[in-house]
Design a protein around this ligand. Structure first.
Ligand code: SF4
Ligand code: SF4
Length: 91
């Protein structure tokens, strides 16, 4: 049970000091989570601290690859624009 930091991380350092297990380390091209140390914060906090502070959507994922901050969750901007009826009507 561990989270993973993937491509898109901007190496901002926000998450690293918050991890209760010192599981996050500076790395290139992006920071990394040690899967042997990450507990997903289950016993320490109500929510994963790294995902709670991360300012970038989609870069911290669970073991299934699902983002903890999916597109639109931080910005409020939907990732898929609503259909435009005028285009379908030939305008
Ligand atoms: S989920 Fe918690 S334990 Fe795992 S890397 Fe993030 S802050 Fe650390
Ligand atoms: S807070 Fe997010 S963007 Fe910043 S270093 Fe951690 S994973 Fe990367």
């Amino acid at each position: 049970m561990a989270l993973e930091i993937i491509e898109g991380c901007v190496n901002c350092w926000a998450c690293l000091p918050l991890c209760p297990n010192e599981a996050i380390r500076e790395a290139r091209p992006h920071f990394e989570i040690d899967p042997l140390r990450c507990s997903e914060c289950v016993e320490a906090y109500a929510e994963p601290q790294c995902a709670a502070i991360c300012p970038v959507e989609g870069v911290i994922v669970d073991e299934l690859g699902m983002p903890l901050n999916p597109p639109g969750s931080l910005t409020g901007i939907p990732s898929v624009p609503p259909p435009q009826a005028s285009l379908q009507e030939g305008h």
